[in-house]
Design a protein around this ligand. Structure first.
Ligand SMILES: Nc1ncnc2c1ncn2[C@@H]1O[C@H](COP(=O)(O)OP(=O)(O)O)[C@@H](O)[C@H]1O
Ligand SMILES: [Mg+2]
Length: 225
């Protein structure tokens, strides 16, 4: 078996108003289980596109991706949905928490949507909130949380279904540097303690440098940074 995640010659273009924008132009990359990887690149270089393709939110035009030896882009819709639910946790720049629900309910939401047991799900959600340092904010609604706290809740929610691959798209983009460093510290802890593989897109070169493996998107390709 090859790497945990193996991309070969992945291409992705967008078509807008009759114009073709080649964003990913042959991305090849191996990621091993448990790796913590930062990805930097100029605005518009295709970082989000890359995460969407890896997270199967978007289909590539060409190329292959293998997850633990399985060809992901050859999966049918049901297999893809299963792969996404079981494997991938997403954290975005905006937290997208639901304002009318508490922090614990927001974290539990992925399990509740899957009709898992409510009491058990909320118990796990509280444990995850403790894990991200928010044991005292379990009953707060998003409007009663700071930006950094909201992003911690979003991270806990991404961990709810125990993903093996965490994809974070500028998770600290809306935060001040100190709060952002706290989130990166947390990502390092989660990577270490849960053995979670993670790819973290960031604009912050200092935070990017603090990751064990560093990548850069340049001219549609991924290279060591
Ligand atoms: N849905 C879309 N339709 C057309 N063009 C898009 C779309 N999404 C992104 N793009 C273009 O693709 C390029 C890469 O975008 P993106 O992956 O969001 O970059 P980054 O995250 O590195 O800032 C940009 O030039 C952007 O304008
Ligand atoms: Mg982006």
């Amino acid at each position: 078996m090859g790497a945990f995640l193996e991309l070969k010659e992945v291409h992705k273009a967008y078509f807008l108003h009759g114009k073709r924008i080649d964003v990913l132009r042959g991305v090849s990359l191996d990621i091993e289980k448990g790796e913590l990887v930062s990805l930097v690149g100029a605005s518009g270089s295709g970082k989000s596109t890359f995460l969407h393709v890896v997270g199967t939110l978007d289909a590539p035009a060409a190329g292959t991706m293998r997850y633990q030896g399985r060809s992901v882009f050859d999966m049918n819709d049901a297999e893809l949905a299963e792969y996404r639910n079981r494997t991938i946790g997403f954290v975005f720049q905006s937290h997208y928490l639901l304002p009318e629900f508490t922090a614990a309910e927001n974290v539990a939401m992925p399990a509740l949507i899957q009709r898992q047991d409510r009491v058990m799900s909320l118990r796990r959600a509280k444990e995850l909130l403790e894990r991200v340092g928010l044991g005292a904010r379990v009953e707060h609604r998003p409007g009663e949380l700071s930006g950094g706290e909201s992003q911690r809740v979003a991270l806990a929610r991404a961990l709810m279904l125990a993903p093996s691959l965490l994809l974070a798209d500028e998770p600290t983009g809306n935060l001040d540097p100190t709060t952002g460093e706290g989130i990166h510290q947390l990502l390092r802890e989660v990577n270490r303690d849960l053995g979670l593989t993670a790819v973290v897109v960031t604009h912050n070169e200092v935070l990017a440098q603090s990751m064990p493996r560093r990548l850069r998107l340049l001219d549609g390709r991924v290279q060591a940074a």
